[in-house]
Design a binder for this molecule. Structure first.
Ligand SMILES: [Zn+2]
Length: 542
């Protein structure tokens, strides 16, 4: 008999073959993680790896037995192979896990971010890992029996897969129970189930019946105004992107990444500040929400008013200017300028803009203001993996710099160099923001800067962010925060600089922003909690 690679296969055999293929070649990140957990490899470790192998193969076989049918089988399996190859590449390249938030991220990302991630290596991997098996699949004739008989055989195949699954689960129950309890991230590393499950929960969430906007802080009003004759107060909130607290020289980083902020008199640095999430889509809505991190839900937040709605309701002018990829629904009801796709050659190239575009026109805007205002500037900051694209040439002080999105191609130091240059640039942006406020004599200016989350830069071979919060390293959660208030603001509010400096050493989180801004802007509402207001104890009681 002639043995051929493309010999005809029964459908149920094809399902098992493809399951083995997925387990062995598409799940290297999963096996690496599992190996890391069970090593050093003793007899128990070998048993765990062996049982896991049978368990996962039986599980995939159970799923694939459901897909192999005449006409639809091959297209479905091809789509599965190609997508899974892409996801597998992404996981091994960046050490990331795939959960619903990662899918949300992917759906909300903009064209430029996608271009950063699409590399030649990715295309090649998808073609090799997904394309070759697809080719084999199309050249292999699949033998189907008459419909009823085929159905019967498939039910048996399903029962066998399920039986093996249950048997292995029972043999290794104790071990697997503690393994998965202590390492919940493992299921986010197993593909294709990770992204299939995450996508289905994401679709369920976004197609849920449209919720009515939940009003928040309807009782809000302005409290006692500043002394007669005071200038209007203008607070600029700079929402950072992917900046790490421990890469700010203000926080003791040995490289001088904050040369300009360090020279600003009265700047207040908060070295112990923590994010609400590990990704933009959670942290940004969370920091503007009245809810603390423990009670915050990103999907509910979409239909819930936030700090900006409350400020606007009391007559404060609110504006949001965005060089990121949008405001994650936070700015839906306030005046907004999305400048990230701008073509202004002074700041932008290849569809992306440097953060200087956020400051374009700021002096004129400050001059035109009538009354108190809160302006939010949403940075592109240190968004990876293409750190080298974030800062103009003049800020490329730490070299050599990794010049590709394929971080694995670069040394860790070159990646860190690229990242540190983005911090140096953010330092300049913040200093320019303060300078613009100082330059406008008609307003009392203040600025608060905080990053949305941090970034892994190769610690434990982990890169980027969006790791599930519970298991995320501090690098993704410890964020920089600074504040500055003009002498006019401090005088009018009766704020004591020494007190502000003293209070800055406490532990803070993004939960503090909501209450601190209400306090600063003199807004009274039952939602306000003075203990969460970072400035309350340093201010003349109002
Ligand atoms: Zn972010």
């Amino acid at each position: 008999m002639k043995i051929s690679l493309f010999r005809p296969l029964r459908a149920e055999v094809l399902a098992v073959c493809l399951s083995l293929l997925l387990v062995l070649f598409f799940n290297i990140p999963f096996w690496q993680r599992l190996y890391g957990i069970v090593s050093p490899l003793d007899a128990h470790g070998v048993k765990m790896l062996g049982l896991a192998f049978v368990l996962v193969t039986a599980f995939f076989s159970l799923l694939l037995q459901l897909l192999v049918w005449p006409k639809i089988g091959k297209p479905l399996l091809t789509a599965l192979l190609l997508t899974t190859a892409g996801v597998s590449y992404f996981m091994s390249q960046y050490g990331v896990l795939i959960d619903m938030n990662m899918v949300r991220n992917a759906m909300q990302t903009d064209g430029a971010e996608v271009r950063d991630l699409l590399t030649v290596k990715m295309v090649l991997t998808v073609l090799l890992l997904g394309g070759l098996p697809s080719l084999w699949l199309w050249k292999t004739p699949v033998l189907y029996r008459p419909p009823l008989r085929e159905l019967g055989v498939r039910v048996v195949a399903l029962l066998v897969s399920a039986g093996v699954l249950v048997a292995v689960a029972m043999v290794g129950y104790q071990d697997f129970a503690s393994l998965f309890r202590n390492n919940r991230e493992l299921r986010f590393a197993l593909t294709p189930t990770n992204y299939l499950q995450a996508t289905s929960s994401y679709i369920k969430r976004v197609t849920a019946k449209p919720a009515v906007l939940q009003k928040v802080g309807e009782d809000a009003s302005r409290t006692a105004p500043w002394p007669a004759g005071s200038k209007p107060r203008v607070l600029v909130i700079v929402v950072g992107e992917t900046a790490r607290a421990d890469h700010f020289s203000l926080n003791g980083y040995p490289r001088q990444t904050n040369p300009q902020l360090a020279r600003i008199p009265g700047l207040i640095n908060y070295p112990d500040t923590w994010s609400c999430g590990t990704e933009t889509a959670i942290s940004v809505p969370c920091m503007f929400s009245a809810l603390p991190r423990e009670k915050f839900d990103a999907d509910e937040a979409k239909h819930r008013e936030n700090l900006l709605d409350i400020l606007q309701r009391t007559g404060i002018q609110v504006a949001w200017r965005d060089n990121n990829s949008g405001c994650k629904e936070v700015c839906n009801r306030v005046p907004t300028e999305m400048v990230f796709g701008d073509k202004n050659p002074a700041f932008c190239a290849d569809g992306e803009c440097f953060d200087d575009i956020l400051l374009d026109g700021l002096p004129q805007r400050l001059k035109a203001l009538k009354g108190d205002a809160v302006i939010v500037l949403h940075q592109k900051g240190s968004h990876g993996p293409a750190y080298y694209k974030r800062d103009p040439k003049a800020y490329e002080r730490f070299t050599p710099v990794c010049r590709t999105s394929e971080l694995q191609k670069c040394s860790r130091q070159d990646i860190i160099n690229g990242f540190d240059n983005t911090i140096l640039y953010t330092d300049a942006i913040l200093a320019k923001t303060i300078a613009a406020l100082q330059a406008e004599p008609a307003v009392a200016g203040g600025m608060i800067y905080l990053s949305d989350h941090g970034e892994s830069l190769g610690e434990n071979n982990m890169y980027l962010h969006a790791t599930p919060y519970l298991v995320a390293p501090d690098a993704q959660k410890h964020i920089p925060m600074v504040a500055w208030f003009s002498p006019a603001w401090q005088q009018a509010a009766g704020m004591q600089q020494a007190c502000l400096q003293q209070g800055s050493k406490q532990r803070y989180s993004q939960d503090n922003l909501f209450h601190s801004v209400l306090g600063l802007m003199g807004v009274k509402t039952a939602l306000y909690e003075a203990p969460l207001d970072m400035f309350a104890t340093c201010r003349r009681p109002g």
